[in-house]
Design a protein around this ligand. Structure first.
Ligand SMILES: *[C@@H]1O[C@H](CO)[C@@H](O)[C@H](O)[C@H]1NC(C)=O
Ligand SMILES: *[C@@H]1O[C@H](CO)[C@@H](O)[C@H](O)[C@H]1NC(C)=O
Ligand SMILES: *[C@@H]1O[C@H](CO)[C@@H](O)[C@H](O)[C@H]1NC(C)=O
Length: 473
């Protein structure tokens, strides 16, 4: 009797955190009960008269009830003991403070809006180089007195960790956007919140930047802008800023048109962790497209998310490593994150940004090269084996046979995980073709070409282990 009760209690406690092992526990309990007087334990007059099968059913039922009860009581105890802690700021609202520190990053709560000093720089064809400052929750005064035009689509650009609105890369995208389309472009500058040295702090700050962005979007919508015409492009942590903004406006009952995530950051956003932040996902906008260029299947493997999280997820060169980047995986991710972003470590990560920029530039050319991408039913494995290729691309085919990575992605009908090959240097785009090329000394299983504009052919040759890239003359 006693050992059984003891077992039952410890089991229930154990289960409340490790429910997956419940089978083991129930089995143990059943085994134990054979040796005890089960009728006393379960207080059933006719327990002995039940068949063994029914006995087991009763025990399992009781066990389930005991576990549920114990979990419920335990949660109540925890909640009464520790009230939910929050930190609140004017206009943007409250953020819960994580109970436990998130190893190895430490416990973090968002900084104050004053400390972060987020800036929204508006650039239009009327003012392509001199930004106008927009403010949220200012009775739309800044919007009204700017070149912001509700009948134009609006594009937001959000940088990542250690980034700034002044970054050359962000401005390149602004210029390209204004050249191809008459749009309102807004650079989200959260330099002080993204500066580090703590990555965890910057990651936590994405929540507050997202809410600020949402407040500005709400002002724009109440000024007459169509939410469907709003597109946020976010790089790394900026992708999660976009996610928080998308969820923020949904609290007010509408959804924005599109979010493009450029290698959304993985550290602290992997949904496996109970304490993780909420990652960008397909619920955040009507269309969410993601470019994965430094995907991490494991904790320390890369800076980007490898999981497909959008409506369409593009995996250039398989999504883990990019050709032309030194093959250097981070044994200790944190030290790199807290170090400089200017190193070969981020080469793969930044490639998503570069690919998007190139797609923008190409989209204004009638015969510009397009990043066609294909479904690969066996995923990364079959991509590497080359069994996904060759595939013919019927552009904008209604069955969505192929996608177009980058700016034009929404026009292509393809959704889901899509794979493609690129060159190792700009221009990254090339004509994809397949050859039976065999190279001495390499066990080439398959190869996919990305044909460069200059006529040089760039080949990615997959070996059984690892890959080799080189130019084919
Ligand atoms: C706003 O944009 C539309 C479309 O581009 C244009 O026709 C209109 O003149 C613009 N309004 C102002 C006030 O600039
Ligand atoms: C990285 O740093 C080196 C030396 O400090 C510099 O020469 C180079 O231009 C930097 N690269 C980028 C992309 O900023
Ligand atoms: C890609 O292939 C098409 C058709 O073969 C050709 O017309 C075009 O010039 C090629 N583009 C590039 C960038 O090589």
């Amino acid at each position: 009797m006693l050992p059984l009760l003891h077992l039952r209690q410890s089991c229930a406690l154990f289960l409340s955190s490790w429910y997956r092992l419940s089978c083991v526990c129930i089995f143990l309990l059943l085994f134990q009960s054979q040796k005890c007087s089960a009728d006393r334990i379960f207080d059933l007059e006719n327990f002995q008269m039940l068949s063994n099968y029914d006995k087991r059913a009763v025990i399992v039922n009781k066990m389930g009830a005991a576990i549920r009860d114990s979990i419920h009581r335990r949660n109540e105890r925890i909640q009464s003991r520790r009230p939910r802690k929050e930190i609140c700021y004017d206009k943007v609202g409250c953020f819960s403070i994580p109970r436990r520190s998130v190893a190895p990053f430490g416990k973090k709560t968002p900084q104050s809006p004053e400390d972060i000093d987020t800036k929204f720089w508006l650039l239009t064809r009327e003012n392509p180089t001199e930004p106008q400052f927009l403010k949220y929750s200012d009775d739309k005064i800044s919007i009204k007195s700017s070149h912001f035009n509700v009948s134009r689509p609006t594009k937001f650009i959000a940088h990542g960790f250690k980034g700034s609105g002044k970054d050359r890369g962000a401005w390149n995208i602004v210029e390209a956007l204004l050249e191809i389309e008459d749009v309102n472009v807004i650079l989200v500058d959260w330099e002080k919140g993204a500066a580090g040295p703590s990555y965890a702090l910057a990651a936590t700050n994405t929540q507050i930047i997202g809410r600020q962005l949402a407040l500005l979007i709400l002002d724009m919508v109440s000024f007459g802008a169509d939410p469907q015409d709003i597109h946020i492009v976010g790089f790394s942590l900026g992708a999660h800023v976009a996610g928080y903004a998308g969820r923020g406006v949904q609290n007010k009952g509408f959804k924005i048109g599109r979010i493009t995530g450029l290698d959304p950051a993985s550290p602290l956003f992997r949904q496996l962790l109970a304490t993780s932040l909420v990652s960008l996902n397909s619920g955040d906008a009507h269309y969410v497209d993601v470019i994965h260029s430094d995907g991490a299947r494991h904790w320390s493997e890369g800076l980007g998310l490898f999981e497909a999280i959008g409506h369409s997820d593009y995996f250039p060169n398989g999504g883990l490593d990019q050709p032309g980047c030194e093959h250097k995986k981070n044994a200790v991710l944190v030290s790199h994150l807290e170090g400089t972003m200017n190193s070969s470590v981020v080469c793969n990560h930044i490639r998503a940004w570069k690919l998007f920029y190139e797609s923008l530039k190409m989209s204004k050319q009638e015969d510009g090269c397009k990043f066609f991408a294909f479904h690969c039913p066996g995923g990364l494995k079959s991509f590497k084996l080359g069994t996904c290729f060759p595939q013919r691309c019927v552009e904008n085919s209604p069955d969505g046979s192929c996608g177009m990575m980058g700016y034009g992605s929404e026009e292509s009908k393809a959704r889901g995980a899509l794979y493609l090959v690129t060159r190792d240097t700009a221009p990254y785009c090339g004509n994809l073709s397949i050859s039976d090329l065999r190279v001495d000394g390499l066990a080439v299983i398959s190869s996919a070409y990305a044909e460069a504009n200059e006529g040089a052919r760039y080949a990615v040759l997959w070996k059984e282990k690892g890959k080799k890239q080189f130019l084919v003359k």
